[in-house]
Design a protein around this ligand. Structure first.
Ligand SMILES: [Zn+2]
Length: 155
């Protein structure tokens, strides 16, 4: 329905900021817009996720209206509705900035992550905008398992 799911562009309004951060963590390009003008201007490019019924009625375009259900259930709702389960790529995007993270050599982040993390992890990524560091390995696998079970997706 919205083309290549791996490249799908999303946006959330003020009613779904937490969803926005999690969608970024799962690797989806998601803008968080508080100003209704920003939402309007991006409707051609991005699918809007909101809990605001009036907004859904006022705007035309691809809009997902979230039902009033608990957070993780509503994450499930979004992923199923847009068929995004197979395209989850955790830690490929910064949850604060929505920028794609880039790989960084281990030596360069020494002292910037907890010691035990530095000792056991070999693969690190950094956000070019804010400098937030993300790491993979066992942490990644556990995170993915944990999140999928919270969201209620098949593992
Ligand atoms: Zn960032």
């Amino acid at each position: 329905m919205w083309g290549d799911k791996g490249k799908i562009k999303l946006m959330v309004d003020g009613t779904c900021v937490r969803h926005g951060r999690w969608l970024r963590l799962l690797g989806f390009d998601t803008e968080i817009f508080i100003d209704p003008e920003d939402l309007k201007n991006n409707l051609n490019e991005r699918v809007l996720i909101t809990r605001n019924k009036k907004l859904k009625e006022a705007l035309k375009g691809g809009i997902i209206l979230l039902p009033e259900i608990p957070f993780w259930k509503s994450m499930n709702f979004i992923l199923k509705k847009l068929n995004l389960e197979k395209f989850i790529k955790p830690f490929t995007r910064c949850s604060k900035c929505n920028r794609e993270v880039v790989e960084i050599e281990k030596e360069r982040i020494k002292g910037k992550v907890p010691h035990h993390v530095y000792e056991i992890q070999d693969s690190f990524h950094i956000c070019p905008d804010c400098g937030q560091i993300y790491w993979g390995g066992s942490h990644y696998q556990n995170f993915l398992k944990d999140i999928k079970s919270k969201i209620g997706l098949n593992i």
